[in-house]
Design a protein around this ligand. Structure first.
Ligand code: NAP
Length: 309
């Protein structure tokens, strides 16, 4: 996919990049699109502003047990910014010195910034989702009825963003009742007057309100052979609805949820746009460069890297 090597913590003992280092930590990490996306955007910024000429973005394979040591070492080596991906977003929340208020509500961080006191944690997934839904489906979360599928970390970031943006109602469906109840318990105190509903994704499905945006935040769809996370074909009508799948796999094949919703004539989009916008927001936090300006070059780089898969 990309020529960027996969680093491990052992490489830090002899870290030689003289300029500003950024990195993504995950496990596995080999197929992350973040290094090509960010390095393409940094190359663009460097053409306009010499400050960014020596900025580079690296990837580190960090197993969960090594995350505390990784964060301490990368801080010591003065890496300026980090992205965290599966499975680190929740664990890192308890390892940072400061938390942005929005990330505090989500209970997970995907972007860290170096400070003297330690790492400061942010979460750009909600911004990425809201921007992607507007860009690809021309829908706003504000005022929309949202049917969110999943109760894991991505669903939690999505639910908080929907509530903060003032959605009309939020329906959350999941396979496992226990995880659904846990998410519901977290959201109730921040929902205010916005109606919250929960349901299991197996039929019979509840009567959803008019014109919803269906959002897949489950991991169903990572494999091409996966079933869609819900069968919307059993509903009496899907007119006026839209669907967003956080999963992206290739540029050529539709995800199972996108294929399912398209077969029902529901306008739909996959998660590549969310990946791009959450990344552009991280870069804005580190560099000050507006996310809307770096997103197009990040998208081109992500698409090129996906074509090489
Ligand atoms: P997670 O915390 O592990 O949660 C996984 C969710 O998927 C849970 O709700 C789980 O339901 C459900 N699930 C898993 N396997 C299932 C199955 N066989 N049938 C039905 N439901 C199943 O993962 P996450 O961090 O929330 O991430 C979820 C997905 O979002 C991942 O695929 C990730 O790649 C994607 N994502 C994309 C972006 C982007 O930028 N596009 C950003 C963040 C995440 P149970 O509770 O029943 O186990």
């Amino acid at each position: 996919m990309s020529a960027d090597p996969v680093h491990t913590l052992d490489d830090l003992a002899r870290w030689s990049h003289a300029g500003t280092s950024l990195a993504v930590l995950g496990h596995p990490i080999a197929h992350s699109l973040s290094p090509p996306m960010h390095n393409a955007a940094l190359a663009g910024l460097a053409q306009r502003d010499a400050r960014f000429r020596d900025w580079r973005y690296f990837r580190f394979d960090v197993p969960p047990a090594d995350l505390p040591r990784a964060l301490a070492l990368l801080h010591e080596k003065k890496f300026y910014g980090l992205n965290l991906t599966v499975p680190h977003k929740v664990m890192a929340f308890d390892l940072v010195a400061e938390i942005d208020p929005a990330a505090r509500l989500i209970g997970a961080v995907n972007t860290l910034v170096w400070t003297e006191r330690g790492w400061r944690g942010h979460n750009t997934d909600g911004y990425g989702l809201a921007t992607a839904v507007h860009e690809t489906l021309r829908r706003k979360l504000t005022g929309a009825n949202i049917v969110l599928l999943g109760a894991g970390g991505a669903a939690r970031a999505a639910a908080v963003e929907c509530l903060q943006q003032g959605c009309a109602s939020l329906w959350i469906g999941n396979r496992t009742r226990e995880n659904l109840d846990a998410l519901f318990g977290l959201l109730k105190p921040i929902a205010g007057k916005i109606p919250l509903h929960d349901f299991l994704v197996t039929p019979p499905l509840p009567a959803f309100p008019a014109n919803p945006i269906y959002i897949n935040a489950t991991s169903l769809g990572l494999k091409a052979s996966d079933a869609p996370p819900i069968d919307l074909g059993v509903l009496p009508s899907t007119a006026g609805s839209s669907s967003y799948d956080m999963i992206y796999t290739t540029t050529t094949t539709e995800t199972p949820f996108v294929a399912h919703t398209k077969s029902l004539n529901i306008p739909s989009a996959n998660g590549l746009s969310m990946l791009v916008h959450q990344g552009a927001k991280s870069l804005e936090i580190w560099t000050g460069a507006p996310a809307v300006e770096t997103a197009p070059v990040m998208r081109s780089a992500a698409e090129a890297a996906l074509r090489d898969v």
